[in-house]
Design a protein around this ligand. Sequence first.
Ligand code: HOZ
Length: 428
Amino acid sequence: MFDKSELAFKEAYRYIPGGVDSPVRAFNSVGGVPPFIEYGKGAYLYDIDGNRYIDYVQSWGPLIFGHCNSEIEEAVIETAKKGLSFGAPTLLETELAKEIVNLFDSIDKVRFVNSGTEAVMSALRLARGFTGKNDIVKFAGCYHGHSDSLLVQAGSGAVTFGAPSSPGVPEDLTKHTLLATYNDLESVKKCFAQSDDIACIIIEPIAGNMGLVPATEQFLQGLRELCDEHNALLIFDEVMSGFRATLTGAQGITEVTPDLVTLGKVIGGGMPVGAFGGRAEIMAHLSPEGPVYQAGTLSGNPVAMAAGLASLKKLKANPTIYVDLGAKAKRLMEGFKAAASAEDIPLVTAVRGSMFGFFFSDREVRNFDDAQASDTETFAKFHQGMLKRGIYLACSAYETGFINTEITDAMIEETIIAAYEVMREIRG
Ligand code: HOZ
């Protein structure tokens, strides 16, 4: 069933570390080999062995309109025909920036980069440059890309491979990263008691890299107050949740306004893009307006801008998309829960707009400790069983699932039926 992928993985292994260009894709924590993808169409992925899957990963979030959406495809092709990169300003950058600024109350100006990692790394530098302070507060289990100072108790692939704090990062770099507990304001207060040099708090307001763990409104409000009290900036990392949870990400749910926001994934429509933005007075500190340096040859790449613009225009034109995606995510999680409880398997679930998550656990998951206490062996069995039945779920218990507009009610029901079968199999 996976013969060609097995061979392809062996071959890739000879030339690429672990056979993959991003660790979590290697399937190490769920077993088996990663299916090598031949193409995607709508809601489906097709691998080189000819297997078809309903895709709930969607390139880890960006593909809110599924694979090969004709309008995005057309925008990309037409733009590519005019040239792939200029390293000079284009109208497309301003157009996409305008869309983002008009959507987000928290963003007066925005700069484009090439990935979420780059967006966060740059936002932190800006926060430090603006406040003149050095320390940052991050939460265990939140993942903000793989820049050095953030690989401390990080989620996503880092925790999946048991190295939430990576070797190769000098202590001198991480000594400025203070660690707090998600949804626990007291732990943040301790950081401020320990240091008067805190430049910012960075948080995924909807954590999606330790599984899906939303922050409570009270907690976010508490962070806002602490930042104001201590002249620190509040950074919302919405690389994953932006345009996913709602059109304006977590900011469409919470009353709290951050000082800086990082974006990625959906704003690139499947092309490599990241962005960071915020209040004009903070953004004015960025070079060439201000002294904080940040640059990139391919930043604001026209093809990526065109894909992002096409996606955002479609989303803005169809705001009810989120209601439909959210209802499907809810139905899917109710189905998984019912399938698990039919076999007496404890399962907790979460949904935020088009994002969904589930843990094999009997306790509520509010932070990284709770997430790590979940049963990852059962998760692996579930993942394998679903894959065999043509359901492509994230290959780690510490990731999030996504619904796209191509996923139909019938596909959701098919997925739930598969979940019943797999839960029965697990129960043995
Ligand atoms: N860190 C990404 C998901 N949270 C995974 C990236 C990838 O493997 O493509």
